[in-house]
Write a protein that binds this ligand. Structure first.
Ligand code: NAD
Length: 476
């Protein structure tokens, strides 16, 4: 399989003809050869996006027409679900069932923004002196959309759909490990009639391709999802041109289990709240805080569930956990198991590499972890969970907040008053009570503290992709 760049609707080679192999993590073998964009391609893509914004059809089209096209794209994504899911499962190392669910989410996101496009509106404001004061919500311009490898189709959709719904033009820089579904989604949008120039997709290295996009003063908005480390440098570069920036970054979220909860439901859901996508999830509840009265039982039952996880080939329908994305990611995860043990953690199960091709490992359960230890403070981004006991509500809140991150989290309790108190006490962008679910197409999503700035999803994303213009009409 070989793939070209999407440059404003054209499929082209990189300016210097470079290509890259995309690796299939389950076999460690190449699955596709993909054109590798560089800084010249980033400049070409921004040239095209600027022209399309200043003179092209997309920003001038009625909001209803824009919405109709995005809705059409959602139907096509659903029609091609099996093909896209297979691509995502192979490229990302995901179980096919999860990949199908992710493509469904991508379709939902386009459907949502198809309906939302003509509901993006300003306000009328009662100012003095009398007249008419209105705000206009206008597109920001050219958007650079930079995505990670863990949920490639979903996160590309979270950015492309609202950016386009608001009337912007855009350049996407997918992670070089997993560019295939973002390229396919762009192709679908052009098949639906997206005007030439509106969207480009440039697979390529972050340090050259994304860096060139971010530094370009003609880019009006950067939407970045990735690590806190790279996010910091993105924000520093953005400051040079005062480019608007939103950041969805790392996490080390808490799963807080009180002793009044229904442990049968809680353990099953909590297991997948950390081990879904082999733990390569920014919302992973990788710190599980458990009240002392049920702690020993929780550790034992959680470990038994982890032991039963079916680790295997992504395209096998029985597989529950696939490989990690790369050898590097597996090494990091295994290293953190050793770091945790050296710090005093008790390894209850897992944390070992699986021999053979591909980047497989058994999910690791570390118990009796101290919240201040490195293994509990640093984002691992692999299947490693820290189990930490606590005594009471105050301690649970203090431990949950004892992290530089604040992305997500869950509270397990049947006591409504306690759920309200703890939900108010935890400083994090997304919380669920008695559920492992974090992200909803219709609701805002983003982080506190070092987990980021800005809210994607739901109508909150309109703030990211529009400028507010205030216009006062004098009555005199
Ligand atoms: P990463 O930061 O290494 O890369 C993210 C993107 O940035 C990629 O497209 C990469 O090519 C690009 N990039 C790399 N170096 C760059 C540079 N110097 N300048 C500009 N761009 C650069 O992250 P990753 O390893 O792809 O993804 C894992 C990280 O993403 C984790 O920290 C995870 O928590 C985070 N993440 C956050 C969310 C969220 O919504 N908060 C969602 C998914 C992943």
């Amino acid at each position: 399989m070989s793939e070209l760049l999407v440059l404003g609707g054209e499929r082209v080679e990189a300016a210097d003809g470079a290509t890259d192999h995309v690796i299939e993590p389950a076999t460690a073998a190449p699955m596709a050869e993909v054109a590798k964009a560089g800084a010249d391609d980033a400049r070409r893509a921004v040239d095209i996006a600027v022209r399309a914004f200043d003179e092209g059809a997309w920003p001038r089209m009625s909001a209803r027409e824009r919405g109709r096209l995005l809705t059409k794209a959602s139907f096509l994504i659903r029609e091609r679900q099996e093909e896209l899911a297979t691509l995502e499962a192979r490229n990302g190392g995901k179980p096919i069932g999860s990949a199908r669910a992710e493509i469904d989410i991508a379709a939902n996101v386009f459907e949502y923004w198809g309906g939302a496009a003509n509901k993006i509106a300003g306000e009328t404001i009662p100012v003095v002196p009398p007249g008419l004061d209105v705000t206009l919500r206008e597109p920001v311009g050219v958007c650079a959309l930079i995505t990670p490898w863990n949920f490639p189709a979903v996160i590309a959709s979270w950015k492309i759909a609202p950016a386009l719904a608001c009337g912007n033009t855009a350049v996407v820089k997918p992670a070089s490990q997993t560019p295939l579904t973002a390229l396919a989604i762009a192709e679908i949008l052009y098949e639906c009639g997206l005007p030439e120039g509106t969207l480009s997709v440039l697979p390529g290295p972050g340090s050259t391709t994304a860096a060139a996009l971010i530094a370009d003063p003609r880019v009006s908005k950067i939407s970045f999802t990735g690590s806190t480390e790279v996010g910091t440098s993105v924000m520093q570069t953005a400051a040079t041109n005062i480019t608007r920036v939103s950041l969805e970054l790392g996490g080390k979220s808490a799963n807080v289990v009180f002793d009044d909860t229904d442990l049968d439901v809680c353990i099953e859901k909590s297991l997948w709240s950390v081990f879904d996508n082999a733990g390569q999830d920014c919302c992973a509840r990788s710190r599980q805080l458990v009240q002392r009265g049920v702690y020993d039982e929780y550790v034992e039952r959680f470990a038994a569930h982890a032991d039963a996880i079916e680790v295997g080939q992504p395209l096998d329908e029985h597989t529950e956990m696939g490989p990690l994305i790369s050898e590097g990611q597996r090494c990091t995860s295994l290293d953190y198991v050793s770091i945790g043990i050296d710090e005093g953690a008790r390894r209850v199960t897992g944390g070992t590499a699986i021999e053979g091709d591909g980047y497989f490992m058994r999910p690791a359960v570390l118990a009796d972890v101290g919240n201040s230890w490195r293994v509990a403070q640093e984002e691992i981004f692999g299947p490693v969970v820290c189990l930490i006991p606590f005594d009471d509500e105050d301690e649970a809140i203090r431990l949950a907040n004892g992290s530089p991150f604040g992305l997500s989290g869950t509270i397990w309790t049947r006591d409504l008053g306690r759920a309200i108190r703890v939900a108010k006490g935890i400083r994090t962008g997304t919380l669920s009570v008695n559920s492992a679910s974090s992200v909803h197409t219709e609701a805002p999503f983003g982080g506190f503290k070092q987990s980021g700035i800005g809210r994607e999803m739901g109508m909150a994303a309109v703030q990211l992709y529009t400028e507010v213009k205030n216009v006062f009409f004098s009555q005199e």
